[in-house]
Design a protein around this ligand. Structure first.
Ligand code: ASP
Length: 431
C-alpha cells in the first residue's frame, strides 16, 4: 500500500486534534481530574516534539551555512546578503501596511460608535505574573543590538541562547576561511561540513516522522485550554488580524511568487505544507526552521547555498506576520483609548513595527514585548497589552505561519534571481 504523504498525515492529525481538544473540554466540565491528566499527556508529547526540533537548530545552521559557503568558495556572498535584506525589509514593510489598511477598514477599537476602552475593561487590565511568565526570556533587541549580536563575544553562549545571527556570522566565517586553507585541509573540511549537513537533514527527516503525533498533541492542548469563548468580545480586533494575515498569505505572497519569481503559488503552498502546519502547531519560527529548510531544499528544490543563508537569517529578522500583528494590536489599543488614528500615527506605528519585528525572538508570543514597547510611545499603559496576551494563542499560531512562509518565498525570489530553476524539470518538488 502506498504510504500517505507527510503533509496529509499532519493535516489529518490536525483535524483529529481539533476534535480531541473539544472532547477534552467536554470531559473537563464533567470530570476536571481526567481532563487535567489528558492535558498533561498532550503537554508531554508536544514538548518532546518541540524539543526534538529545537535540538536540531544549532547544528543545522552551523553545518548548513558552513557547507553552503565552503561549497561556493564564499563567492558572491555580499550580493546574496544585500538582496536578502532588501527583500525582507520590503516585504515586512508591505505586511505592516496591510495591517494599517485592515485597521482603517475594520476600525477595531470602536464598538457601537464609541472607543472600546471601557467596554473591554482596559483600565482594569493588569500585566501580572501571567504576563511576566508568558514573555519571560522573550529577549527583545533594538536595531543597534541586532547588529552587535552579529559578532558574539562567545559563540557557544550565543548558540546556547538561540542568538542565531551570531551563529550565522560565525558559520559564514568558518565556511569562508575553510576555502582559504591548503588544498588538503580545505578538501577535508568541505567534505566534513557537507557530510555533517547531510546527517542533520537525515535526523530532521526522522524527527518529522513524529510530526503528526506532535501536531496532534500541541493543537489538542490549545483547543482544550482555550476554546473559543474568550474571543467573542474581541471579534473586531481578530477580524482585522486574521483578515490581514489572509491578505498577506493569499494576495501579497502569491503576487510576489507570480510576478517577481514567476513561480506557480499552488506548487509552493504544496511544497511548504509540512512547515506551515508545524509553524501553526509550535508558534515558533525557530523551532520550525529545520522543517522549513527541509521543505525549501527537498520539496521546492532550492540549492543549499541559498537555503542555508536565506532561511536562518529570515527566521530571525524577517517576520511579516509579526509586523502586521504588531501594527493591528497597537492601533487597536490606541483607538480603543480614544486617540484619533491620524495618518502620522498609523505610519509611525508601521515603521516601529517593521523595525521591532527584526529584533523580536522567533518564539511563541515574543511580539508582545515589542507591542508593550511601542505602546509606551503613545502613552498607553503596558497593562493594556494583557488583553492581547489573553487571546494571543491563535493569532500567534497563525502569524508564525506567515512568518515562515514569507521566509520561504524570500528563498524562492533570491534563488530565482541567482538563476536557479525552481519547480523546473530538475527539481524534486511534489507534482
Ligand atoms: N511566534 C512568532 C514566531 O516565532 C513570533 C511572534 O510574533 O510572537 O515567529
Amino acid at each position: 500500500m502506498r504510504k500517505l504523504q507527510l503533509h496529509w498525515q499532519i493535516l489529518i492529525a490536525f483535524i483529529c486534534a481539533i476534535i480531541l481538544g473539544f472532547i477534552t473540554r467536554a470531559i473537563g466540565a464533567a470530570n476536571p481530574g481526567l481532563a487535567e491528566t489528558l492535558l498533561q499527556g498532550y503537554n508531554f508529547v508536544g514538548t518532546l516534539f518541540i524539543n526534538a526540533l529545537k535540538m536540531l537548530i544549532v547544528p543545522l545552521i552551523f553545518f548548513s551555512i558552513g557547507a553552503g559557503v565552503a561549497n561556493t568558495g564564499g563567492q558572491h556572498f555580499g550580493r546574496l546578503g544585500g538582496k536578502t535584506l532588501l527583500y525582507y525589509v520590503c516585504t515586512s514593510g508591505l505586511a505592516a501596511l496591510i495591517g494599517v489598511l485592515m485597521v482603517a477598514i475594520v476600525q477595531p477599537g470602536i464598538v457601537n460608535g464609541q472607543p472600546a476602552r471601557e467596554m473591554l475593561g482596559l483600565d482594569q487590565q493588569e500585566l501580572g505574573a501571567t504576563f511576566e511568565e508568558r514573555i519571560e526570556g522573550r529577549s527583545f533587541a533594538d536595531l543597534k543590538d541586532v547588529f552587535i549580536s552579529m559578532v558574539p563575544p562567545n559563540v557557544v553562549k550565543a548558540a546556547a541562547e538561540g542568538q542565531m545571527l551570531g551563529l550565522i556570522f560565525f558559520s559564514i566565517l568558518l565556511g569562508f576561511f575553510s576555502t582559504r586553507l591548503e588544498k588538503q585541509h580545505s578538501e577535508f573540511l568541505r567534505t566534513f561540513l557537507d557530510s555533517m549537513f547531510q546527517l542533520m537533514m537525515q535526523i530532521t527527516h526522522w524527527v518529522m516522522m513524529f510530526a503528526p503525533l506532535g501536531v496532534l498533541a500541541l493543537v489538542a492542548r490549545v483547543i482544550a485550554e482555550t476554546g473559543f469563548d474568550t474571543f467573542i468580545p474581541l471579534a473586531k480586533f481578530l477580524t482585522a488580524v486574521f483578515g490581514g494575515l489572509l491578505l498577506h498569505m493569499f494576495v501579497l505572497m502569491p503576487l510576489v511568487l507570480v510576478f517577481v519569481a514567476r513561480v506557480n503559488p499552488i506548487r509552493h503552498y504544496q511544497a511548504m505544507a509540512p512547515a506551515m502546519l508545524t509553524a501553526f502547531s509550535t508558534s515558533s519560527s525557530a523551532a520550525t526552521l529545520p522543517v522549513t529548510m527541509d521543505c525549501v531544499e527537498n520539496r521546492a528544490g532550492i540549492s543549499n547555498r541559498v537555503t542555508s543563508f536565506v532561511l536562518p537569517m529570515g527566521a530571525t529578522v524577517n517576520m511579516d506576520g509579526t509586523a502586521l500583528f504588531e501594527v493591528v494590536a497597537v492601533l487597536f489599543l490606541v483607538q480603543a483609548y480614544g486617540e484619533p488614528l491620524t495618518f502620522v500615527t498609523m505610519i509611525s506605528v508601521a515603521i516601529l513595527a517593521l523595525v521591532t519585528s527584526i529584533g523580536v525572538a522567533a518564539v511563541p508570543s515574543a511580539s508582545l514585548v515589542a507591542i508593550v514597547l511601542i505602546l509606551g510611545n503613545f502613552g498607553i499603559p503596558a497593562s493594556a497589552a494583557a488583553l492581547i496576551l489573553a487571546i494571543d494563542r491563535l493569532p500567534d499560531m497563525t502569524r508564525t505561519v506567515n512568518n515562515i512562509f514569507g521566509d520561504s518565498v524570500g528563498a524562492v525570489v533570491i534563488a530565482k534571481s541567482e538563476g536557479e530553476d525552481i519547480y523546473g524539470s530538475g527539481s524534486s518538488a511534489p507534482a
